[in-house]
Design a protein. Structure first.
Length: 269
């Protein structure tokens, strides 16, 4: 992926999972990576991995739920690396609770603030720099941004918002040389579900889902993201099952609802 050589890339949610693996892979391809997440110690560990892979890295502890922090993140990247070529909006949290069981509706505000508005604020501040370099905006969304999933009402809403925002922004940017990629993974073997917020609004501490079987490994997921970034695709939906599901949503939405409910029950998701 020679196009990443000396490119300035911001990755949010870079302390673990997809964000960490993607940051290290980009550094190995010569990118200058600005790492953002709330856990400063974890960021330093990822920074060391990026530098060992051959790239330059800057760790910026950041809570994307705070607008000012998003602005500072971009400013640090510009100061350190001279600009921004790529912004990967990956930071996010999920939930696991039926809506009727939720005790604290602040859960929904938190999901929107981090998953959706965090991406909006980071994009707002990075966009002038990215446009100047005819760069790339990447949104790590989810299949729940395409269709409803039981026990994920707030998460699905935040990812639907993210999808709509970046689809609209892509159209606004036509002719500027700046591209927008929306990535929709399915279940990936990361720690996000173990940190899912429950009905009380607190992390569950363990994944409510059986992580074996249909879960994609992180390296496979990152490989698909890198290929899509290199080709500057507009979108990537990661699994055949998901792509079939999107067709069913158009031609047999009721059947898709039934299958989704059955799959969640069967996988304890």
């Amino acid at each position: 992926m020679r196009s990443m050589q000396a490119k300035s890339v911001i990755v949010t949610g870079a302390s673990s999972g997809i964000g960490e693996a993607l940051a290290v892979a980009l550094a190995a391809r010569g990118a200058n990576v600005t790492l953002a997440a709330r856990d400063g110690a974890a960021l330093e560990r990822v920074k060391a991995r990026c530098e060992a892979a051959g790239g330059k890295a800057l760790a910026v502890p950041t809570d994307v739920g705070e607008p000012e922090a998003c602005q500072r993140l971009v400013e640090r990247a510009v100061s350190e690396f001279g600009g921004v070529d790529v912004l990967v909006n990956n930071a996010g949290i999920t939930m696991h609770a039926r809506f009727e069981d939720v005790k604290d509706l602040g859960l929904f505000e938190r999901l929107m603030r981090i998953n959706y508005l965090g991406a909006v604020h980071c994009t707002f501040h990075a966009l002038p720099h990215i446009k100047a370099r005819k760069g790339l905006l990447v949104a790590i969304s989810s299949l729940t941004g395409k269709t409803g999933v039981p026990t994920r009402t707030g998460y699905a809403a935040s990812k639907h918002a993210m999808q709509g925002f970046f689809d609209s922004l892509r159209i606004e940017l036509l002719g500027t040389g700046t591209d927008v990629l929306v990535v929709s993974p399915g279940f990936v073997a990361t720690g996000i579900r173990a940190n899912a917020l429950g009905a009380e609004g607190r992390p569950l501490g363990e994944s409510p889902r059986d992580e074996e079987g249909a879960t994609m490994d992180v390296d496979t997921c990152v490989g698909l993201i890198l290929r899509a970034m290199e080709r500057r695709d507009r979108e990537v939906v990661m699994t055949l099952t998901a792509r079939v599901g999107l067709v069913l949503k158009l031609v047999a939405p009721g059947l898709l609802d039934t299958l989704a409910a059955r799959a969640i029950r069967g996988k304890k998701a």
